[in-house]
Design a protein around this ligand. Structure first.
Ligand code: ZN
Ligand code: ZN
Length: 372
């Protein structure tokens, strides 16, 4: 659709002319008018006005013959240093101030927000492997970590103690560096944090001799990580401020600890409950018994009543795992499996024969030797 034709105006029509034309046409064909109303025409006119009535959209339409109505981003390529994943629904606004796009990516907040985010230290992600028992009872792990830490000589500021901070030469104190890029849709301007000053806009007159002005130094060290009782597999602990130090005193990143738990051969854990199976002899199942069950804490006596069927599940209350951050515990479920003996002694065969007689059952035993 040619938007100019739709509104019946010339390509060089003024804003006022476009507005007038739209009002007149919209009134003429408004669907609420009853007869004489024309919904299709009304929609076309409205769409045309939405574009031509907006300075930026009109400029884009004039230049490219179409207007991206959202879902942009595809076919762009060429942006360096930006991860476009996850921003597929960003509504690009061409022809205007590209700083807006930048804000969209970083959640707004203007230049200050961007700087703060960029010069902040990186987050660190590590994986800690735990035994089943360690996860159940909690532990403290020592981890070797190589990370940027705040420089103690300059207290993270980057300047040699006693020297001044001066305006950054690279960005003239703005903290940002602007980059112009050519793309099939015209020039695109992106801005990035100035790498010289880390976005502060100031550099030390005399750089710290220890950290060369960065305000941080790469250090190897051991850090202790407290693992809470009852932690789950694939849990992630976030240790705020335990990531890398930022540039020139900017805040630290966070340390993310991904927990991986080696399963137990004895216990199956489902959330905070423990599941095990226990084999019993058919006589124990028929007559009932008191059996020993190993829990994650101790050995407990479980009373199974007479006539317990195979597959029956008993609950040991409070013998499961402690819920993280609480004193409550899950339960331990014991599934009974009844084992039927495959071989019988001569005496046993006789006794089973007696039982058959006693029960009055008419059965055809498959092992003839039972009856000799
Ligand atoms: Zn700079
Ligand atoms: Zn330093």
């Amino acid at each position: 659709m040619d938007y100019y034709k739709a509104l019946g105006v010339e390509k060089n029509a003024s804003e006022t002319e476009i507005k007038k034309a739209y009002r007149k046409l919209a009134q003429q064909c408004h669907p609420d008018k009853g007869e004489g109303g024309d919904e299709k025409k009304f929609k076309e006119v409205t769409e045309a006005y939405e574009i031509l009535g907006d300075k930026q959209k009109r400029a884009q339409y004039d230049q490219f013959g179409s207007v991206d109505k959202g879902g942009g981003g595809s076919g762009f390529g060429g942006f360096e240093g930006f991860d476009f994943g996850g921003f597929q629904n960003v509504n690009f606004d061409f022809g205007g101030n590209f700083g807006d796009i930048f804000d969209t990516f970083f959640g707004g907040g203007g230049a200050k927000g961007k700087q703060a985010r960029e010069s902040r230290g990186s987050d660190i992600e590590i994986v800690i492997q735990l035994d089943f028992e360690e996860a159940v009872s909690g532990t403290t792990k020592e981890v070797n970590l190589s990370r940027y830490e705040s420089c103690t000589h300059c207290e993270g500021k980057g300047n040699e103690p006693g020297s001044k901070m001066v305006t950054c030469n690279d960005c003239q104190g703005t903290g940002q560096k602007v980059k112009i890029q050519r793309t099939p849709l015209g020039q695109i301007q992106t801005s990035a944090v100035c790498s010289t000053c880390g976005g502060n806009g100031k550099t030390p007159e005399k750089k710290c001799t220890t950290c060369r002005g960065e305000g941080r130094i790469l250090k190897d060290g051991i850090i202790k990580i407290k693992i809470p009782i009852g932690i789950h597999d694939k849990a992630v602990l976030r240790l705020t401020g335990k990531g890398e130090a930022g540039m020139q005193g900017a805040s630290h990143g966070d340390l993310f600890v991904h927990i991986s738990i080696t399963p137990s051969k004895t216990f199956e854990r489902i959330k905070d409950d423990i599941h095990t199976t226990q084999h019993v002899h058919v006589l124990q199942a028929v007559l009932g018994d008191e059996i020993k069950v190993k829990t994650i804490y101790d050995e407990t006596i479980l009373k199974i009543p007479q006539g317990t069927e195979s597959g029956k599940v008993f609950r040991l209350r409070g013998k499961g795992v402690t819920r993280v951050g609480s004193s409550e515990k899950g339960d331990h479920y014991v599934k009974i499996i009844v084992d039927i003996p495959e071989k019988l002694s001569k005496k046993e065969r006789e006794l089973y024969g007696e039982l058959i007689k006693e029960s009055g059952l008419k059965i055809t035993p498959q092992n003839k030797s039972i009856f000799g």
